[in-house]
Design a protein around this ligand. Structure first.
Ligand code: G1P
Length: 277
């Protein structure tokens, strides 16, 4: 069995789309209802049986580390009250997961952030969650679905994809490929472009923030050149592997909210409030 046991969270970014709040609060700590985005991500990893959490962070993200530690004073103050239950899920995550942190000294793109996490991952396949893509499922979580697919394709990297409106392709990595066998959800990727213009985009199949990567990605990332903005893109590194047939794209089941933008974040809160409050 090809088991994924570690999940990397690249959380070093400045969150400039959420200024001014992100001057002092990491964007991953912004709440959907009362729960921070990062907790949804960690719970999705746990749903896939992953308990080793590797955070690639930066010096202004202390609140994330603090959040995944026990808080005896608050626990004592709500003990025996109706508020005690609000801490059940976070305390469960703290009890079951092992959290490790590594600092990314400067921001040089998602590929560089993932490469920075190598000492926490080692030489094995691993998952990546970008917590500002919030995925909500009734059944198996998106990462659970991908870990299952990984069993059949242990030598391949897997990216989660969904169709987006063509005028939004410039916000995403875009893939092209052939459907595998008689599947209508799994593609063998043969082309990938980071944030193309609508004219240049081969499809409207956009990568969302869930990946399963083989350890080979680290060797490729070490050789991947920065783009014209000085960023090392994971999409470019994956394209190198796609040339040898080692990248698969998976059209997942579930709902994704783009909480990396204020508009998407408000939409997620509005929709989930209607459904849950
Ligand atoms: C990153 C990736 C992009 C992907 C996106 C998903 O972009 O570079 O390929 O489609 O995440 O959220 P970012 O949103 O960090 O600019």
């Amino acid at each position: 069995m090809a088991i994924i046991s570690k999940c990397l969270f690249p959380v070093a970014g400045y969150g400039t789309r959420f200024l001014p709040v992100t001057k002092a609060i990491p964007k991953e700590m912004l709440p959907i209802l009362a729960k921070p985005l990062i907790q949804y991500g960690v719970e999705e990893a746990m749903s896939a049986g992953i308990y080793a959490i590797a955070m690639v962070t930066s010096k202004h993200k202390g609140a994330i580390k603090e959040y995944f530690q026990p808080h005896p004073e608050i626990e004592a103050s709500v003990a025996g009250t109706s508020k005690q239950s609000s801490l059940i899920e976070i305390n469960n995550a703290i009890a079951k997961c092992e959290f490790n942190y590594i600092q990314q000294p400067q921001q040089q793109g998602l590929g560089h952030a993932i490469y920075t996490g190598q000492p926490l991952i080692g030489n094995e396949s691993f998952a990546v969650i970008l917590p500002d893509d919030l995925c909500i499922n009734d059944g198996a979580s998106v990462l659970e679905q991908m870990c299952e697919l990984h069993q059949q394709h242990p030598d391949c990297c897997i990216v989660a994809i969904e169709e987006v409106p063509i005028d939004e392709v410039d916000k995403y990595g875009i893939i092209d490929g052939e459907l595998l066998g008689n599947s209508n959800t799994v593609y063998r990727v043969d082309n990938m472009l980071e944030k193309p213009t609508p004219q240049d985009a081969p499809t409207n199949l956009a990568i969302i923030g869930r990946y399963i990567l083989t350890a080979e990605i680290f060797t490729v990332l070490a050789k991947t050149k920065a783009d014209n903005k000085g960023e090392i893109q994971i999409t470019d590194a994956l394209m190198t592997l796609a040339k040898t047939g080692k990248v698969i794209a998976y059209k997942f089941q579930g709902r994704r909210f783009d909480c990396g933008s204020v508009k998407g974040f408000i939409a997620a809160n509005t929709i989930l409030a209607k459904e849950n409050m």
